[in-house]
Design a protein around this ligand. Structure first.
Ligand code: ARG
Length: 460
């Protein structure tokens, strides 16, 4: 193809084909196409409003741009490597469609402020979508928690049985994390919602443009105040990757727990057929592929965050081609977070079934009520540290005798300390142990009911 290069007549020779491929971003920035069109429509209208081009010219440009949108939606617009990037692809097609007036679109604009605008428009949309996905995920956790207020589950520290808790309380911990994720993305949105268009290549433009007008058409709430900053800032993308990484930290923690719970060793949940997979060789197996993949995919997004920080580190002002490397990281992170949120939402909605009998058994068969024995003595006036040491001894002798605390006879209790009375059995029963932790934010059933209520409020 005889190459009509998009840049100036200064160039005589054509790019080496391998270098053209190396340089091109069209293979991935086509993802921005609709945003590029939207940004260009706003720019074209601004050019007419300010008298830089005529209204007729602007109308022609807008019509042509909208036609490209239709072609794209119908799968007919498939620019190749000759276009280098999505911005050139649009300008080239526009000029084919509307003739020479198409060449006026780029007046008072550079690809540098253009690509920044496109990326922000893209990310605004995706953040809105991901926040909705977080709400859907929270809704599922909330529903599950509602059904399990009085279902006990062992609570752990160091992955050692610590104290029994309400299953709803455990699930609501993940609800809270997701709530912070949702809020954090709302904060990030504010920094994405700043318009760089009109910054030109780096220094602004000689044309009497109206930056407020373009920003307003595109629904941006602010303008970049400094043109150099406008074209070279990628803080907004890094912030998004931080927020995305935290979402995956949180999802991967729940994923890990589901994997443990589904193991034969824990046996707290059963995986349903809709979210589990089989083994190609071991017919007895049901594998938790979904949470395993979520756990695994977290690493991709953390990697992209690290990559983006490294991309920006020590980058001189203003635009450098390095910045083209921001896109694949961003797109992949967006897709990964969305896919993981969707999968975890389905998993928690229909992919696991808790086994209440097994959970009740689990909390009854250990020493996770030991703290309550110490607390019992402390309420009867024994200093807590003394009570704690005494219970340590009780646990030791019970273990040696193959007994649990609930199996000790009244005589045994009395011989340990005269303060023990018949009500010790009630005090160490798992349901009572849980119900008694009624401090704010604790697992006591009444507290959990309050927490559910405020969780419901947060969903409004
Ligand atoms: N494809 C480029 C990018 O993604 C667009 C901006 C190009 N600007 C330039 N001065 N070469 O960064």
């Amino acid at each position: 193809m005889s190459e009509q290069k998009t840049w100036s007549q200064r160039f005589e020779g054509a790019l080496h084909p391998a270098i053209a491929r190396f340089n091109a971003s069209i293979g991935f920035d086509i993802e921005l196409l609709e945003y590029d069109l939207t940004g260009s429509v706003a720019h074209a209208k601004m050019l007419a409003k300010t008298g830089i081009i005529s209204s007729a010219e602007s109308d022609t440009l807008v019509k042509g741009l909208e036609q490209i949108r239709q072609e794209y939606r119908q799968g007919l617009f498939k620019p190749g490597i000759e276009s280098e990037d999505v911005h050139f692809a649009v300008e080239r097609r526009l000029t084919e469609l509307v003739g020479d007036v198409g060449k006026k679109l780029h007046t008072g604009r550079s690809r540098n402020d253009q690509v920044g605008t496109d990326t922000r428009l893209y990310l605004r949309d995706r953040i809105t979508h991901i926040r909705q996905q977080l709400k859907d995920y929270q809704q599922v956790l909330l529903q599950l928690a509602e059904n399990h207020v009085e279902t006990p589950i062992p609570g752990y520290t160091h992955l050692q049985r610590a104290q029994p808790i309400s299953l709803a309380h455990h699930l609501l911990a993940y609800f809270e994390m997701a709530q912070r994720d949702w809020e954090r993305l709302g904060d990030v949105y504010q920094r994405v919602d700043i318009c760089p268009l009109g910054a030109g290549a780096l220094a602004g433009t000689t044309f009497p443009i109206d930056r407020q007008y373009t920003a307003q058409q595109l629904g941006f709430s602010k303008l970049y105040a400094n043109s150099l900053d406008a074209v070279s800032d990628r803080d907004f993308a890094i912030e998004f990757l931080c927020a995305a990484s935290l979402i995956l930290v949180h999802l991967s923690r729940l994923a890990e727990e589901v994997i443990l719970w589904a193991s034969q060793e824990f046996n707290f949940v059963q995986l349903t057929d809709s979210c589990a997979t089989g083994s190609s060789i071991m017919p007895q197996k049901k594998n938790p592929d979904v949470p395993e993949l979520v756990r695994g995919k977290a690493g991709r997004v953390f990697g992209h965050l690290q990559g983006m920080l490294t991309l920006m580190k020590a980058l001189p002002l203003a635009y450098n081609k390095d910045l083209q490397e921001d896109k694949e990281a961003l797109f992949d992170s967006v897709k990964t977070v969305s896919a993981c949120l969707e999968a975890m939402t389905i998993l928690m909605r229909e992919g696991i079934e808790f086994r209440p009998n097994r959970l009740a058994e689990a909390v009854a068969e250990d020493f996770s009520n030991a703290t309550d024995v110490a607390d019992y003595l402390a309420t009867k006036g024994v200093p807590f540290r003394e009570a704690y040491n005494l219970v340590g001894k009780v646990v030791k002798t019970s273990l040696a005798a193959g007994k649990l605390l609930k199996d000790l006879t009244m005589e045994e209790w009395q011989s340990l300390h005269p303060a023990f009375e018949e009500d010790i059995y009630q005090a160490i029963a798992p349901q009572q142990v849980i119900a008694a932790r009624n401090s704010y934010g604790g697992t006591g059933f009444d507290r959990v009911r309050n927490a559910l209520e405020s969780a419901r409020e947060k969903m409004k």
